[in-house]
Design a protein around this ligand. Structure first.
Ligand SMILES: Nc1ncnc2c1ncn2[C@@H]1O[C@H](COP(=O)(O)OP(=O)(O)O)[C@@H](O)[C@H]1O
Ligand SMILES: [Mg+2]
Length: 375
């Protein structure tokens, strides 16, 4: 016989304003096995389904059961800002922006370079939204800096929820920005997921291009959620699920329903309530929330030939902290002649224009500081 389970937020220990609120719920009817969902365990939720099948809404629902949420990678339409809406159960939000971007809004904001792991812990939701970065390169650098901070989580009791709203774009951005091949980017993403779990993060991954999500990645999920898949159907290695649901129903599931396959091969039908604050298509959240964005000059990236703005700033900072040019050259793997040039270039800017343009682009506090160079 089937057992029915209703997830209740009171089972979890949620901090902040959410404890007083009625949160949207999930109902599961188990068809095989039974595995109660444990929000104290670091989980990977992988959600497959067509556009409009209710994947993002489900990610948002799940996220609410975690004390902290990082909406890591979102869509172009800044969907993750839905947490800022009036009807969202959360009011403790930090918006993260690129170093050359200014935000004018009523929420707390910080540039990604000023962000620390401790600061992340001060908020219920952290959102580095798409429009808060300028250009693909700027966004890529910003998201990577944020991800670097994740590893500082050496001690944990309750997982932090991390949302990746379009897994294939997330992987593809690495292919584009770092020039690695797709196979390596996928392997790295799998490795990252595994590691993240050890460091106490639950991942909610939403993907429309489920055919490009390999079996290996599906196998890693603790919860594989299958929503409306349309005529493409479900991948071959899990087509045994058709014993529990007929292909026609699977192809046309309404957005509040899904099929669940757990890591231990339990199977359930699921129904989820709608998180009312979810962004409907066609809504402009930046306008609704009154968030104004000012973009500065694009940051110059480093390459083999060129020392970009951030690397330049690092040289200046290291030098200002008292490190010699030879030592800096060893630290950053650049010739000491180039280090020497950058230090002189910096001072030239400060003396002639009042600031170094490279440092200024990334809002360094050393932008107008003349360095002491012994003659
Ligand atoms: N649990 C739900 N109950 C009712 N309607 C829903 C539910 N989840 C989603 N929807 C509807 O489906 C639309 C698309 O959902 P969304 O999560 O944005 O889809 P996806 O991320 O798969 O493209 C929503 O805007 C909403 O109108
Ligand atoms: Mg979506």
């Amino acid at each position: 016989m089937n057992t029915l389970e209703q997830l209740n937020y009171r089972d979890t220990d949620i901090i902040g304003s959410r404890i007083k609120q009625e949160l949207p719920k999930i109902r599961l009817v188990w068809a095989r096995g039974r595995e109660p969902l444990d929000f104290m365990k670091a989980m990977i939720y992988l959600i497959l389904g067509k556009k409009g099948s209710g994947k993002s809404a489900l990610i948002e629902l799940l996220s609410l059961y975690y004390p902290k949420i990082i909406d890591l990678f979102g869509s172009r339409d800044d969907e993750g800002l839905c947490y800022c809406r009036k009807n969202s159960p959360i009011d403790d939000i930090l918006l993260i922006h690129g170093d050359n971007v200014d935000l004018d809004c009523s929420w707390d904001t910080t540039s990604v370079s000023k962000l620390t792991y401790d600061k992340i812990l001060d908020y219920e939701v952290v959102i580095p939204s798409y429009s808060f970065f300028s250009g693909n390169a700027g966004r890529f650098v910003g998201i990577n800096k944020l991800m670097e901070l994740f590893w500082e989580r050496r001690k944990w009791k309750k997982p932090i929820f991390v949302g990746v709203r379009e897994a294939s774009s997330f992987i593809y951005s690495r292919v584009k920005q770092e020039g690695v091949n797709m196979k390596l980017a996928k392997a790295d993403f799998i490795f990252w997921q595994r590691e993240m779990r050890h460091f106490g993060y639950s991942l909610g991954i939403d993907t429309i291009r489920w055919t490009s999500i390999d079996k290996e990645m599906r196998d890693l999920a603790d919860w594989l959620v299958i929503k409306k898949v349309g005529s493409q159907g479900i991948p071959e290695d899990i087509d045994f699920l058709y014993r529990y649901i007929d292909p026609m129903s699977m192809a046309g599931l309404p957005p509040n329903q899904f099929m669940l396959l757990t890591e231990n091969a339990s199977i359930a039908w699921g129904k989820s309530e709608y998180p009312e604050f979810h962004k409907e298509e066609g809504v402009d959240l930046l306008e609704e929330l009154g968030i104004e964005i000012t973009y500065g000059e694009d940051i110059e990236e480093s390459s083999v030939q060129r020392i970009g703005d951030e690397e330049h700033e690092k040289i200046i900072r290291l030098y200002n902290e008292g490190n010699g040019m030879t030592k800096i050259s060893k630290l950053i793997h650049r010739s000491s002649a180039r280090v020497h040039n950058h230090i002189h270039q910096h001072n030239k800017g400060v003396i002639e224009d009042g600031y170094c343009s490279k440092c200024r682009r990334i809002r360094s506090d050393l932008a107008d500081v003349e360095l002491y160079i012994p003659s």
